[in-house]
Design a protein around this ligand. Structure first.
Ligand code: PA5
Ligand code: NI
Length: 188
């Protein structure tokens, strides 16, 4: 009876000051045009796409780790600063496909919020600031929001089997949005 060869251990250099991951295997790039349907002010998003030539909105730097039970997936998420109208730049947000899986976000740079919601209607925001860790429990959809002037960079760890379910967020959004009004953060 043959046994599967175990995956080889590896090391990765992550600059904890900037969040830069050396030698990522995959870089997911989301541009402004990938965010159609997510912001309250669709016209403002179209102006950004047109006038700024569809700028990069956020990037996710990953290592190739199996999406399977027992593994821990890691990534660095880098969300650029800015607003669409007055609404702060944010990630798409998702539930995990295997909903009962948690995630850890360790903020390395920038400031903002982790916006989280449940299917039962709860919605809350945890502050994200350098060296702060946010624990996203199982069953909470999560989206990061950048309210600062530099990129919001986080190191994330989640179970290999978790997966990403974006569909429910595209359809339902989050009950609350994060704005900048006269320089003040407003969650409404
Ligand atoms: O798994 C996570 O929660 C993160 O790595 C996110 O995927 C990342 O922040 C990008 O957000 P989203 O997947 O919602 O586009
Ligand atoms: Ni996640």
């Amino acid at each position: 009876m043959s046994q599967e060869t175990p995956m080889q251990p590896f090391a990765v250099d992550i600059d904890l000051a900037s969040g830069a991951m050396a030698d990522p295997d995959t870089v997911i790039t989301r541009r402004a045009s990938d965010m159609r349907g997510y912001y309250a002010d669709a016209d403002a998003l179209e102006r950004i796409i047109g006038e700024q030539h569809d700028p990069v909105h956020y990037e996710v730097f990953e290592k190739d780790i199996p999406e399977a039970p027992g593994h821990l997936r890691i990534c660095v998420s880098k969300l650029y600063p800015g607003t669409v109208g007055r609404e702060c730049f944010m990630t798409k947000g998702h539930y995990h496909t295997v909903s009962g899986t948690a995630e850890i976000y360790l903020c390395l740079q920038g400031r903002g919020f982790m916006l989280m919601k449940t299917k039962q209607g709860a919605c809350l925001a945890e502050r994200m600031v350098r060296n702060g860790m946010v624990y996203v429990p199982p069953h909470w959809a999560h989206r990061s929001v950048n309210t600062g002037e530099e990129p919001l960079v986080s190191f994330c760890v989640y179970p290999g089997e978790a997966g990403h379910n974006y569909g429910d967020i595209v359809e339902q959004g989050f009950p609350r949005r994060v704005y900048l009004q006269n320089g003040e953060e407003v969650i409404a």
